[in-house]
Design a protein around this ligand. Structure first.
Ligand code: HEC
Length: 554
């Protein structure tokens, strides 16, 4: 590397931005690119996410501005080339088109100017709409059932009256869960998902929504509020975002194998994806269709001890196992007599399979729990489980096995965690401190404790089976509605949101979270750790066809 180079000044011919290459130093610089974000409204701005994307690349690197509005891209993260810069701060747009050229081992410098946006509604995330709109907490909570396939924007921009909304609710309940407006799929036959149809005062929900949309007004008659930008520790982070090759890919579960290769399930299509994080290269492996007329797509992705990749193939009523060495799938479909149009095998558990060879599978149709013996292909139906505490059936979402291949059931229909003993087939039920917390997904740690996200209680929970106690940690940002949680064995728990475009890291000892603002709109489901890097998180951008790595600097 050349350390002593003559001074270069490079001024691009736009009044709106400048790029200067600073004088060289006696040593290689720490930063490839640095600069400041400012606006006339605020001056120097903290908590702005600044992104740099090299021309022609599929990889974007982002950092967050500090208290002085400064940002720093480490030299190790940006190779030589021309980069387009962008910035995210709610309420603001870029003023100009900042770019930077990185060359010759010097620190490039860029000034990023922001101006007030003319289009706040399109910048607002789901949480910001829920915060802004008038309405009861109970009604707003129902919207947690409406933001998985598209954003709140569609609802608040619509012009439906009450009856119009009742028809919309009906239509929405007939979509496959991995539908998007870009790739809708109808459920087969007369299968309907509960969604918010079961709500007793459903007309009132229609009345309410038609009072906050544009049916009676040209523009919203309530102030549009955005979340304050995150500051301090939340700015100490670096993101790497990898674009996927097709816009319709929905990377629902993103999981790394022990070699650091990234695998993802595609929620709306029949592919298993593999990505090399060194190059961003993606390979899609087509999964065999077993039920031609049923919706296509996969959800849960798990890696077993042998490194084989398992996916729950949803309404195809099958599970698929992929061998990365031979690059071949094996498919197990449930027995014909158990199958139905509503059969849905989204979730499975393989973490304890080495104990007795069995894989746990859930069929959402009737909340039935199965065990598959992959060696013989035999399925065992353990049936549905009643909850003695509530008298209702356990309606589990995620299922997760412990080191003895016992199974945790996360009761998404209420607020309970069930633990199913693999040997006695007996279920023990624990209530979460918050009622109706709707635990969704999580992970078992090395001590067989289960960490989980409480979608309706804005919290992360943990059940320690040794004491039978559940602890909860509430997120401070309203409408975080976490979907998944994972303990990283260093004392931190990670979670992510489908509503706030934030991920959060809980320090279990102090009970405090640090939230990190994401570079762009990111509908997050599974959160997964990097097995080879401490406290590094990987997530899929379910509506944005990308995979994001989040590395805190502290
Ligand atoms: C399972 C996926 C899914 C869920 C969940 C979902 N939607 Fe939709 N939604 C769609 C799709 C697909 C479209 C585009 C096709 C269409 O309009 O039917 C859409 C479009 C819309 C539109 C715009 C079209 C129109 O008729 O105005 C509105 C409004 C809407 N949805 C409201 C809702 C509400 C309210 C909920 C919660 C009760 C909801 N959606 C839940 C899939 C879903």
């Amino acid at each position: 590397m050349q350390y002593r180079t003559p001074f270069h000044g490079l001024v691009l011919s736009s009044a709106l931005f400048t790029v200067l290459i600073s004088p060289s130093f006696a040593q290689a610089p720490k930063d490839a690119l640095s600069g400041q974000v400012s606006s006339s409204e605020e001056g120097a701005m903290e908590g702005v996410v600044v992104s740099a994307k090299k021309d022609g690349s599929t990889i974007t690197v982002s950092v967050v501005t500090d208290a002085k509005g400064q940002f720093h891209f480490p030299a190790s993260r940006l190779e030589n080339g021309r980069y387009t810069l962008s910035a995210r701060a709610a309420g603001y747009d870029l003023d100009g088109a900042p770019a930077a050229v990185i060359a010759g081992g010097k620190t490039a410098n860029a000034a990023v100017r922001l101006k007030k946006t003319q289009n706040l509604p399109d910048q607002m995330n789901n949480a910001e709409w829920l915060i802004s709109m008038p309405g009861t907490e109970a009604h707003k909570k129902l919207m947690l059932n409406c933001i998985s396939c598209h954003m709140m924007t569609r609802i608040v921009k619509s012009t439906h009256d009450t009856d119009g909304f009742l028809a919309v609710f009906e239509r929405m309940s007939g979509y496959y869960p991995g539908s998007t407006p870009e790739l809708p799929q109808r459920l087969k036959g007369d299968v309907k998902r509960a969604n918010i149809r079961g709500t007793s005062d459903i007309r009132l929900v229609g009345d309410w929504l038609s009072s906050v949309n544009l049916s009676k007004q040209k523009t919203w008659n309530y102030p549009l509020k955005v979340l304050p930008r995150l500051k301090g520790a939340s700015t100490r982070v670096i993101y790497t975002e990898y674009d996927l090759p097709r816009a319709l890919i929905q990377p629902h579960d993103v999981v790394l194998d022990k070699d650091g290769i990234v695998w993802y399930s595609d929620f709306g299509q029949m592919f298993l994806g593999r990505m090399d994080p060194k190059t961003g290269k993606v390979t899609e492996f087509p999964i065999p269709v077993t039920k031609q007329d049923s919706p296509r797509g996969t959800l849960d992705l798990e890696i077993d001890r042998e490194g084989k990749i398992w996916v729950g193939v949803m309404y195809q009523a099958s599970v698929a196992r992929f061998d990365p060495k031979t690059e071949k799938f094996r498919i197990w479909s449930i027995p014909k007599e158990w199958d139905s149009d509503a059969a849905q095998l989204g979730h499975l558990a393989v973490d304890g399979s080495h104990v007795d060879g069995k894989v746990w599978i859930k069929n959402s149709d009737g909340s039935r729990i199965y065990r598959l013996d992959p060696a013989t292909g035999a399925f065992e139906d353990l049936g549905a489980f009643m909850n003695p505490m509530s008298g209702n059936r356990i309606g589990s979402y995620g299922i997760h096995s412990d080191s003895k291949n016992n199974l945790y059931l996360l009761d998404y229909s209420a607020g309970y965690i069930g633990k199913l003993d693999a040997k006695t087939k007996k279920l023990t039920v624990y209530a979460t401190p918050s009622p109706n917390s709707r635990p969704r997904r999580g992970r078992v740690d090395a001590q067989d404790r289960i960490w989980f996200a409480e979608y309706y209680a804005n919290a992360v929970g943990m059940l320690d089976p040794a004491t039978g106690l559940i602890k909860e940690w509430k997120l401070s940002t309203p409408w975080s509605a976490p979907y998944d949680a994972v303990y990283d064995n260093n004392g931190y728990v990670w979670t992510g949101s489908m509503l706030t475009d934030r991920v959060a890291r809980l320090d279990v000892k102090s009970g405090t979270y640090v939230e990190y603002p994401l570079p762009r709109s990111t509908n997050i489901r599974r959160v997964a750790l990097d097995p080879n890097a401490p406290s590094t998180l990987w997530i899929g951008n379910n509506h944005g066809a990308s995979i994001v790595k989040v590395e805190p600097l502290d």
